[in-house]
Each structure stands twice: as structure tokens, then as C-alpha cells.
Design a binder for this molecule. Structure first.
Ligand code: ZN
Length: 249
């Protein structure tokens, strides 16, 4: 399976832009990219999230990757933060207002900002064009499908075609977590960076929708009850119940 295959030999011309939120999934994606690309840059989006804690987690995780993984440090280039508050205002979802997190009448969680990944990837592609980066890497995932249609691989294939036609480029949208369970994502982090990376992602990445950092659970910080914490905790428990296997190669 492609996402689990061993890293290809590094090529100097191979470069990537990782959509990096500071959460568990995008932190694992960053490690995945640093294993296989000679040059990696990161991009984050300020779309008026309710919790500045996400933006702080990005910097902590980036710093820890540099400090803890010397082989990766030399490959990691600049971090970019793009202001998309205007877009966040259109979404008006539970992540950007005080609306409760619940299932909406359309069967989507109220955390869904319509078309968010389409917008993020279009901005990322424009940035990658300017920076001369070839691959766009994101932590979208169908396996723990939460009702986000713009996380589906079919959506991203269509967007990749549109971006390449519209920008006359040859971008690849790579989604290494697309078909992994959350337990397999923990396993992948162990294979990529050993226990040090597992510890880093457990303690420093931020996933909780409510922005809770006060309590450190076995699986990391969070409220423990929101859908994001629930997924993360269940994945951690499943991985440990299976004896913490590494990801199959
Ligand atoms: Zn939570």
C-alpha cells in the first residue's frame, strides 16, 4: 500500500509543502514528508479558529522536530501562515463561533466549514508555485470519516486535476493517512520516528475541538469528550490493545 511503503531515495528536486495545523494527523504527515523529501516547508491557516492554542501547538511541534530529529532538521524550511479569516467568517461553524458541536440537519458535524480543504489546498498550491515546491501533503482521511466530503480522495483527485490545469503545473496532492485508522496513524508515527516521535505527538500536538490543554491523558491533552478527543483516545487505546505494533511496510 503506497502510504506504508518505504521512503523513496531523496531527490534534491523533490520538495513538499505540508498543510500543518499542529494536530496529530498533520504532525505525522510532516514526519512522513521529512523522511522522503529533501526540502519541506509548512503552511498553516488562520481562519479565525476559536482557539489560538492550535497556532501555538504548530510552533512547539516544529521546534521539537528540529531539536529532536537532526536528520530532519536540515530538510525543514520556512513555515508560512496565511490569513483566511474572511473564509472562516463564511463558514460560521462551531470551530469559529460559539455554536455547539453537533450533527446538523445535513448529517454533517457542525464543525464542518464548507469546502475548507478545497480552499486550503488552492492557497497551498499558489504558495507552492511561488516557492517551487512539487507535492502538497495533507492529513485528510476517509477511514475515520466524520462527514467531511472534502476529505475524500475522489474530491482531492478532482482538485489536483483542476489545480494542474489552472496553474499549468504538475502538483501531486499526497494524503498518506487517507486509508489508515487512528491506531495505524500512531503506528506510522512510531515507524517514522520511534518512541521519541510518539511522545512528541502525544504531548505537543493539539486536536481537541474545545481547545482544552489542562489535563494530560495517556493519548495527549484534550477535553476527552469532543469528537476529536474521542477519535484520538480510541485510536490510542486500539493501538495499545494490539501491542503497539509498528506500521506494516
Ligand atoms: Zn476535546
Amino acid at each position: 500500500m503506497t502510504p506504508m511503503s518505504d521512503p523513496r531515495p531523496l531527490k534534491a528536486t523533490d520538495s513538499a509543502l505540508v498543510l500543518f495545523s499542529g494536530g496529530q494527523d498533520s504532525s505525522v504527515c510532516l514526519a512522513w514528508a521529512l523522511e522522503r523529501y529533501a526540502r519541506v516547508e509548512t503552511v498553516g491557516f488562520d481562519y479565525g479558529q476559536r482557539h489560538a492554542i492550535e497556532m501555538q501547538a504548530r510552533q512547539v511541534v516544529l521546534g521539537a522536530m528540529v531539536d529532536g530529529f537532526p536528520a530532519w532538521a536540515g530538510r525543514l524550511g520556512p513555515d508560512h501562515v496565511l490569513d483566511l479569516k474572511g473564509f472562516g467568517a463564511i463558514g460560521g461553524s462551531a470551530l469559529t463561533t460559539d455554536r455547539a458541536i453537533e450533527m446538523t440537519e445535513r448529517g454533517l458535524p457542525s464543525t464542518f466549514v464548507p469546502g475548507r480543504n478545497l480552499v486550503f489546498l488552492t492557497y497551498a498550491a499558489a504558495l507552492a508555485d511561488r516557492r517551487g515546491l512539487n507535492a502538497l501533503i495533507g492529513g485528510m482521511c476517509e477511514t475515520d470519516f466524520s462527514g467531511y466530503p472534502d476529505c475524500r480522495r475522489g474530491t482531492l483527485d478532482a482538485l489536483q486535476t483542476a489545480l494542474n490545469l489552472g496553474m499549468d503545473r504538475d502538483f501531486r496532492i499526497e494524503t498518506p493517512l487517507m486509508y489508515l485508522t487512528k491506531a495505524q496513524t500512531w503506528a506510522l508515527s512510531k515507524r517514522l520516528g520511534g518512541q521519541d516521535l510518539v511522545d512528541l505527538i502525544m504531548s505537543e500536538s493539539h486536536t481537541c475541538y474545545l481547545g482544552e490543554r489542562g489535563k494530560l491523558h495517556a493519548w495527549g491533552h484534550g477535553c476527552g469528550t469532543c469528537p476529536a478527543c474521542d477519535l484520538r483516545a480510541k485510536g490510542w487505546a486500539e493501538w495499545h490493545a494490539a501491542g503497539e505494533p509498528g506500521a506494516p511496510s
